[in-house]
Design a protein around this ligand. Structure first.
Ligand code: F6R
Length: 252
């Protein structure tokens, strides 16, 4: 089985997932005003809890960090409980003592979403880019909301969410009908400029997508396979997500 030489894979037990992810992120984060790219969704929750725990007991201080979000739903504003702005503010920033002025995220209510997306790319570049990008993977192999078929060089833009993604995310909204149809997402080109990437995958539902992404061909139909083209990627997977990977030896 081929696996990119620069891709490091750690397979961990579920109870170690948050700590392993926190170690991987912190190891690569500069001490001075770090720029941390944040994913939302279920998978990074143990990581954010672990960072909050280390902050609460004085082990880490990320108060000067900039949090740069991967995506936002078009139509959901920062006060909407289901927006990613709310997620980043309440589940990442607040527990780490990071002020809202240090959160960079597209405004889902911007009158011109295309312009808002383009401006976000410019802003990320002006800030000096992302030091460590935390990412999850969709069951269809999406990275951020770059759905299958996205261009490798794509910039931040408005995208249509696939039916698979809307079904997968219905659990956050109650019904699939309430899941927005569009989002502003950082592009694969934007994400590829992060200095390092920590991809998190947990659960059986991610097993096929993770296997395709890290050991299949580099193929735009599996957007997360772009990770094989990046020079500094760590994948943290629990045993269920890693079940399709034939591993030699212990990867922890
Ligand atoms: C979220 C994001 C998405 C998720 C992916 C997995 O900001 O960009 O790509 O990372 O859909 O979501 P969970 O972790 O909820 O399974």
């Amino acid at each position: 089985m081929t696996m990119s030489a620069s891709l490091r894979l750690l397979v961990v037990d579920t109870d170690q997932f948050g700590a392993a992810a926190a170690d991987a992120v912190l190891r690569r984060l500069p001490a001075h005003r770090p720029r941390l790219g944040v994913a939302t969704g279920d998978t990074p929750i143990p990581l954010y809890r672990e960072l909050a725990r280390r902050h609460a007991c004085g082990q880490i201080d990320l108060r000067t960090a900039l949090l740069i979000a991967l995506d936002e739903y078009v139509g959901l504003g920062p006060d909407d409980p289901d927006s990613y702005a709310t997620y980043v503010r309440t589940l990442v920033a607040a527990p780490l003592g990071i002020g809202t002025e240090n959160i960079v995220i597209a405004d889902g209510l911007a009158p011109d979403p295309d312009l808002e997306a383009a401006n976000l790319d410019t802003r990320i570049e002006a800030l000096g880019g992302v030091d460590v990008q935390i990412a999850g993977i969709g069951s269809n192999g999406h990275l951020a909301f770059n759905e299958p078929g996205s261009a490798w060089e794509s910039g931040t833009r408005v995208v249509q969410l696939s039916e698979q993604t809307r079904q997968d995310n219905a659990r956050f909204f109650g019904t699939v009908a309430d899941v927005p149809h569009r989002a502003i997402t950082q592009g694969l080109g934007t994400i590829s400029r992060a200095r390092s990437i920590v991809l998190l995958a947990a659960g059986t539902a991610k097993s096929a997508a993770l296997t395709a992404a890290v050991s299949g061909p580099i193929d735009p139909h599996v957007p997360a396979s772009m990770l094989q083209r990046h020079p500094a990627v760590t994948v943290i997977a629990d045993r269920a997500a890693a079940a399709g990977l034939s591993l030699r030896g212990e990867h922890r």
